[in-house]
Design a binder for this molecule. Structure first.
Ligand SMILES: *[C@@H]1O[C@H](CO)[C@@H](O)[C@H](O)[C@H]1NC(C)=O
Ligand SMILES: *[C@@H]1O[C@H](CO)[C@@H](O)[C@H](O)[C@H]1NC(C)=O
Length: 401
């Protein structure tokens, strides 16, 4: 087996662990994709492989950052869309959804009376709706090969990524570019709040995974091992499966895939209006054409319902993801309760206060982390992403009678 690109890099630079800034950004997406791979039916995986293997000789390693060994693995395509978004700017708004007026921790709307920001349905929910439709069309027309497999391949790479993004709570937040504009402290360093949830909190969870997960799980978990790829996060995936998917959430899995019954006529009407509003954007200011004020949305069907799945995840932003303390002035009444940015000494803190710059809120403190860890919230987001991605792919590609 050839070493992967990352492994080669590690060997060349003499590192035993991967360079963190490079490796972690991908970890969340790859974990979701690997859990999905574990729960995808074998016959469905075969079909997915044939899509991913199309144009084999044209696949350029740099672009896909994967080797032949991993070609048929959902994790190997999970971050493709992130690399693409800088080259194809149109795809950037498809990685998140923002409601106008959404401002945790005090106000959470999903959406509120002013709807979503940006162009109607050009967001992660619309992205999941569109790409799942492309794949459905491809799967149903398989015999006639009516659709270009290249289009299906692209849709597949997008949907694996979008379902991951949809389960990252800050990708659902309207405030401060989903937390990209909020500075916090994390383990003593200044970070963007968004990237703490994208990267560093995942890295910490991987590091903190108990030694008992560095071996295969006891009894009956062969499919798990079959789909692990020798990655740094493998033990963490075993833990998510053992304690979560097959543990505390075992009874909830069906519910995770549930979608409320949709009134098809109402939905089609809404889609029409959505398209009209898109055209309207050509000559009307954005705030007039924002569509989606209703609770109902055009992106959900009876089987695949990103809006319904995202809504409770979004609500957690006000409940506990955005701590109120983060917004309180450092010198305010609560200052004594405020955890310090760890790296700074008392003296440094005083100096900074003197020059009127507030040290950002240290997120890695027990008040913030304990409820998240006890509820296994990060693990739940990753597991829900994986289980739903598997459910979507099984629904699209499984043989129907
Ligand atoms: C979905 O497809 C429609 C029709 O092709 C297109 O106008 C729209 O921009 C697409 N939306 C997204 C989110 O990709
Ligand atoms: C690993 O250790 C944790 C904590 O002691 C325990 O809860 C868990 O069940 C163990 N997992 C396995 C697979 O033995």
């Amino acid at each position: 087996m050839r070493p992967t690109r990352l492994q080669s890099l590690a060997i060349l630079t003499g590192l035993t662990t991967l360079p963190s800034a490079f490796a972690w950004g991908a970890a969340g997406h790859e974990i979701v994709a690997t859990i999905a791979q574990i729960y995808t039916q074998p016959d469905v995986l075969d079909k997915i492989c044939s899509i991913l293997n199309a144009y084999d000789d044209q696949i350029h390693e740099d672009e896909f950052s994967m080797t032949t060994t991993h070609k048929c693995h959902l994790a190997s395509i999970a971050t493709w869309a992130d690399k693409l978004k800088y080259r194809m700017r149109w795809s950037a708004p498809l990685h998140y959804v923002n409601a106008v007026g959404d401002h945790p921790s005090d106000t959470c709307v999903f959406p509120g009376p002013e709807g979503w920001s940006g162009k109607p349905n050009i967001n992660v929910l619309g992205g999941i709706y569109n790409t799942s439709n492309i794949l459905l069309e491809y799967a149903q027309g398989e015999d006639e090969r009516v659709m270009d497999v290249g289009l299906a391949q692209e849709a597949l790479k997008f949907i694996v990524h979008f379902i991951g993004d949809m389960h990252m709570p800050l990708h659902l937040v309207g405030r401060d570019k989903g937390g990209n504009g909020v500075e916090v402290c994390w383990e003593g360093r200044r970070r963007k709040f968004h990237s703490v949830w994208d990267n560093y909190i995942v890295a910490k969870a991987i590091r903190d995974t108990g030694n008992n997960y560095s071996r295969p799980l006891p009894g009956g978990y062969e499919p798990v091992e079959r789909h692990l790829r020798g990655a740094i996060y493998d033990p963490y995936i075993r833990r998510i499966i053992w304690e979560g998917v097959e543990g505390r959430w075992a009874e909830d899995l069906d519910g995770w895939l549930d979608c409320p019954k949709v009134d098809e006529d109402a939905r089609k009407e809404a889609v029409k209006k959505g398209v009209f509003a898109t055209l309207g954007n050509l000559f009307l200011p954005g705030w007039l054409t924002n569509w989606g004020t209703a609770e109902t949305t055009v992106t959900d069907t009876d089987a695949i319902c990103p809006y319904h799945w995202a809504k409770p995840i979004h609500a957690l932003n006000c409940e506990l993801l955005w701590p109120k303390e983060m917004d309180e002035p450092f010198n305010g009444a609560s200052a004594h309760r405020r955890p310090r940015c760890k790296r700074w000494s008392e003296e440094e803190q005083r100096e900074v206060v003197d020059i009127d710059e507030e040290p950002p809120y240290e997120l890695d403190n027990p008040d913030y982390m304990t409820p998240i860890q006890e509820r296994m919230l990060l693990e739940q987001f990753l597991a829900q992403g994986g289980v739903r991605l598997a459910g979507v792919l099984n629904y699209i590609f499984a043989d129907r009678i």
